[in-house]
Every structure is written in C-alpha cells, then in structure tokens.
Design a protein around this ligand. Structure first.
Ligand code: ATP
Length: 620
C-alpha cells in the first residue's frame, strides 16, 4: 500500500479545516454533492457523445447513506469516477493557484471564510471539518481497476487498488464523535434542500429507522431500511418564470455560487425564434475575489439541451462581465460541439450578444441601494467595458458613475447632463489618483467660481485610459479641464491687456525656468492660488501620450504651460522684486508648488525643499 505526503498547501488547508472553520460545518455536504453532480454531468456528456458509453442504460444519481451504528455518512455517485492518477492529482494536490489566494484571503470570520471555500475550489477538503477519516473509493468510466484513497486528514494519504463494480465515486466519512447531527435524517435533508435542491439529478437518502408493528404487548420493533429522494432534481432554469419565486432563485444561486449570500440581482430569460436558448444570470452582491486575477474562474456554465458542456469557457460573456454567475442552455448547439471551436461558433456569438445586452439593461434598471452596491463593486469593470465593448458603449455610459465637484456621492453622465449647460453641451472632468489633490487643484478654481460641475475621476489607472476615448455622451463632448481654456468672464481684449501688462514678468520667469516649461502666461482661471500648470493639448506629444496610455505603456512627458495669477499678492510683489536670486527661487517655487497641488512631482524635490527652507528662514 503506497503512502503519500500531501502537498504542503493541502497540509495547511487541512489544519485550517479541522481547527478554524467550525461554525458552518454543514457545507461539506454541499461541496461533496456538488462534486458528485459535476461528475454526473461529465458522464452524462460522455454517454450522449461517445460511442463507447452510449450503450449504457444510465441515469445519474447521488446517494447519501447514514449509518448511526458505524457513526458514518457516505456520499456516492455513478458519475465519471477517478483513476489512481486522478485521485492523487485532484485530491492529493491542488493544481490551482487558488489555494494560496484562499489562505491569504482568510478573514478569521468563520462564515465569510467558509464562503471562500467554494470560490477557491477547495471544496473536497471541507469534509475534514467533520471527519476523523475519509475513504474515497472510485472507478473511472471505461477503466477496469478501482482505487481507494484514504486519509485521516493529517499529513498523509494512501492509495490502493480495490474492487468496485460500477463506475463512479463513493466517499465514506467516519464522523468525529461530536458530529452526530449529520446522522440525523432531518438535519441532512434540511442541508440538501438548502443548498442542492435544484441540482439536476435525484439525491437519494438511505437510512434505517425503527418501526413498530402491532399494539400493546403485541408490539414489535424492527429496523427498516428506507430510501427516499430528498431534492427537487429539476434544472431550475427550465421551469417557467411564473412557477418560480424569489426564494427559488436565491436558493439555486447558493448552489451555483457555493455560498450563503443572496445575489444582488438575477435575470431569467427564454429566447425563442431562429435561435432558442435559456439564460439565468446572477449578479453577486460582492465581487468575486479573483475578479482582478489573470487566472479568474469563469462564472457561467454552458449547457446544451440540459446537458452540461463546460464551466471553463471565458468566452461565453465578455471579460468585463466576469463577475456574472449563471447558466446558458442552448437548444441549437450540437452536443459534441468541440470545446475549442466554441469561440467561433455563430450560435454562441449570438447568445453572447443577446445575454450581454440583457445583463447591461438589467444593471441599468437597478436603483437606490442596489445601484449603489453595484457601483461600489463593479464601477471599474464597467469602465473596462467602455474600453472594450463598442457595441454596448451607450448602455455602459449610462451605468458608470463618477465623483463630482459640486455633488455628494457619485453621479452619472445622465445626471450631469440634466444639470449642465444645454447650449454648450460639454462635460468637464479632471483625472488623477488622489481625490483630495484633484478637489484642491487650482485648475478647478475657475469652475467653482462659475458654479460649473466637474467630474472628479480619481481612478487614474483606468480613467486616464478610458475617459479620453469616450469622446462624447449623447452629443455632449467630454473635456479634460487640464487641457482647455477655463470659463471666465473676461473678454479677449481684457485678457490681452493683462497679458501685456505682465509680459516682462512672464518673460523673466520663463528665462529662469528655461526648458522646464513650454510657456509662461497670465491666467484667468485662478482665484486663490498663485499659479497652475497645464498640459499643452496642441502639442503633438499630448495625443501621443493618450495613445501610449491606451497601449498600456509609460507616457512620454508632455510639455507644461505655467500660468500665473495676476491678482495674487505674491505675483504682484514678484513683479516688483529686484533681488535676482530670490526671484529665481520664487519662480521655481511657483512651478513646483503648482505641480504638487495637481499631483505631479517637482523635477528636483531636494532643490524644492531647500528653496522652501531658505525662504522660511528669511521670513522669520
Ligand atoms: N465525486 C467525484 N467524482 C469525480 N471526480 C471528483 C469527485 N469529487 C472530486 N472530484 C475531482 O476532484 C477535484 C477536486 O475537487 P474539489 O472539491 O476539491 O474542487 P473543485 O470541485 O475542483 O472546485 P469547486 O469546489 O470550486 O467546484 C474535482 O475538480 C474533480 O476533478
């Protein structure tokens, strides 16, 4: 008999299962039933597509056996089964990178942590919350030899050949002394109904019960073996909407998401006509942990006429909808559609297009608290959608929200437009990575004064790439306020006059700063700040920079224009200053502090600090 060491991470995981996650132990039943159901799905597919298995008169079943005398619970299925390598690969190691992420994400809150179990696919090991010892006896469909994998959940497991008639898997669980509740028929039935009522196969509960025959002195009791189906065993999505209540949808979601939370929203549609299919989609209340991992798991399962095809196809929905969980069941796809060719399939492309639109329309309809929750979790991926999905850009633009310079909370483009200047039709925005810096930016001063709303986009990584390519929203052009003229009440002549009046000063500052700025000019956009910097939108580098950003590359530097506030005390005094060295220091400070207040860095931070210290000393 071969003894093997568990992979290190599994060792850690087992410890965790046995010692930490004890408040929600019942989920081990959900996890094992779900694995059984997956194994049945896989065999079902084979029996319908592979000649070798077609002759089988087969109907998939899960069974659960309770044995009070032996203090054991057994969960079995007649599904695809596992051979020796499968047992060692699937149960002795965790191939997925998920486990490490699982361990890192543990919060210490047992309820939350047990929800993570499903998300990270460490389902089988949850059995060690209740088991002293586990034997997995399995025979793979189409193979001769069966094997038994045994472990007591410490560091080692054994695998040996055994005899088993039919293909499938039996998991024998010797329960810990204090886990007798899982031998109670009602308790097990309750757990199965809660999590697994709508898996597509019958779950049979086998148990023994004392029955009394006769009455009084004549009465005799004997043990009777019973077997009954304890789940509905209907694929929920095939039922008419009118037969289903919210509770049914929520219950099914729990099976699907391996969790205990309610979904934020769901949509169930049957499409008839040239292309027939049913979809049932859920939007989780909280974004999946792996949403921003490159190896995220697909959330949608594909079925063809109720037969499970795959849960590993990331093309069923566009990537920005990767948080959606659910089912697509097509009537028209061939059962043996090659998994590789799914991508290019016209029917599937049509389903994808239709589903995407339906999901986005449902999201758009969310209101109040639900809409807030959605935006809190998914605003960023929706912006990703704007970038990648041109067909649904309009819908997506109605969903995303931004901070605003004049409103509390988040606002939509629609709300902005309803308040904006309907003649000018412009949407103003400023992008950066620090909300506070953006709100205090000198560039906002003129907009504040003119009472014009500016969208504060503080998710720079995404906004700086996505927003420039939005272009317009319902004929309203988006304008980056760091590149355009500010609103002001002065005429061109007045501006000209001020510019002339300060020409010698602006020339002198430019002389000091040299190539660091492209131009120095008087500003009409400032009220309380002495200076600000702007990107020169007419410079060819500016459009290049946007292109670079879209390709995810480092942006080339765009030359800056320094604007000074002619009404500011400092500028007035500077104009009259004779001390050359002080003039030079103050010119640099005008530039560097303007950069800082817009979230940019001074070129020479050390020199900046020295100049400030020297000025402070003079002021004392
Ligand atoms: N009853 C079973 N029949 C056949 N294979 C099984 C069975 N139970 C488990 N397996 C195999 O072992 C693997 C590991 O199972 P485990 O529950 O740990 O994770 P998972 O099912 O892959 O992930 P998740 O829990 O997220 O669905 C499964 O993917 C499957 O290949």
């Amino acid at each position: 008999m071969a003894k093997h060491q568990f992979q290190t991470e599994i060792g850690q995981l087992l410890k965790l299962m046995t010692h930490s996650l004890y408040s929600n132990k019942e989920i081990f039943i959900r996890e094992l039933v779900s694995n059984a159901s997956d194994a049945l799905d896989k065999f079902n597919y084979l029996s319908l597509t592979d000649e070798k298995f077609k002759k089988d008169e087969w109907s998939g079943k899960v069974f659960i056996k309770l044995d009070k005398e032996d203090n054991s619970l057994t969960i079995g299925d007649n599904g695809i089964g596992m051979n020796e390598t499968d047992l060692m690969d699937h149960l002795g190691t965790i191939a997925k990178s998920g486990t490490k992420a699982f361990m890192e994400n543990l919060t210490g809150d047992a309820k939350k942590d047990s929800n993570l179990i499903g998300q990270f696919g460490v389902g089988f090991y949850s059995v060690f919350m209740v088991a002293d010892k586990v034997d997995v006896i399995s025979k793979k469909a189409g193979e001769e030899q069966a094997y038994m994998f045994s472990t007591d959940g410490t560091g080692e497991y054994e695998v040996k050949p055994v005899t088993k008639e039919a293909h499938g898997t039996i998991i024998y669980i010797k329960l810990k002394e204090d886990e007798k509740e899982f031998l109670d028929k009602w308790r097990v039935q309750e757990v199965v109904k809660k999590y697994s009522n709508h898996i597509a196969y019958p779950i049979m509960l086998n148990y023994s019960e004392e029955e009394t025959e006769g009455e009084g002195d004549e009465a005799t009791t004997k043990m009777v073996h019973k077997s009954e189906q304890i789940n509905a065993a209907t694929a929920l999505w095939t039922l008419p909407k009118s037969d289903l209540k919210k509770e049914d949808y929520v219950e099914f979601y729990k099976t699907l998401a391996h969790g205990d939370n309610e979904p934020l929203s769901y949509l169930h549609n049957r499409v008839e006509g040239a292309n027939e299919f049913t979809t049932l989609f859920y939007i989780p209340k909280t974004a999946p942990m792996d949403m921003y991992r490159a190896d995220y798991e697909a959330g949608v399962k594909l079925y063809v006429k109720r037969v499970f095809i795959t849960d590993d196809n990331k093309e069923l929905l566009p990537p920005y909808l990767r948080f959606v969980k659910g089912i697509i069941d097509s009537e028209d796809l061939p059962l043996n559609v090659s998994r590789e060719l799914l991508q290019e399939n016209r029917i599937l492309a049509n389903i994808k297009q239709n589903s995407t639109k339906k999901i986005l329309q449902a999201i758009k309809k969310l209101s109040g608290e639900e809409a807030d929750t959605f935006i809190g979790q998914y605003n960023r991926v929706m912006k990703e959608g704007i970038y990648t999905d041109h067909v649904n850009k309009e819908l997506l633009l109605d969903i995303v929200k931004y901070k605003s310079s004049t409103e509390e909370g988040l606002v939509s483009f629609e709300e902005y437009v309803s308040r904006g200047d309907s003649e000018k039709k412009e949407i103003y925005y400023i992008v950066g990575d620090d909300e506070k810096v953006l709100r205090n930016s000198p560039l906002l001063e003129a907009y504040k004064k003119a009472n014009i709303e500016v969208l504060i986009m503080d998710d720079k990584e995404v906004d700086s790439i996505v927003t420039p390519m939005i272009g317009s929203y319902k004929e309203w052009n988006l304008k980056d306020i760091t590149t355009i003229e500010a609103p002001d009440s002065k005429t061109e002549e007045e501006k000209e006059e001020i510019s002339k009046e300060f020409k010698s000063l602006t020339d002198k500052i430019k002389e000091v700063l040299g190539e660091e700025v492209k131009e120095v000019k008087t500003s009409t956009r400032l009220t309380s700040s002495p200076s600000c910097v702007l990107k020169d939108s007419s410079d060819p580098m500016a459009s290049m920079a946007a292109m670079f950003a879209q390709m995810g590359q480092e942006m080339p530097e765009i030359p800056l224009i320094l604007e000074i506030n002619p009404d500011h005390e400092m500028i007035k005094k500077l104009d009259k200053l004779d001390d050359e060295s002080l003039f030079s220091d103050l010119s640099w400070i005008l530039l560097d502090s303007a950069k800082l207040s817009e979230g940019l860095e001074p070129k020479d931070k050390g020199a900046f600090a020295q100049r400030v210290a020297s000025l402070a000393t003079k002021a004392l």
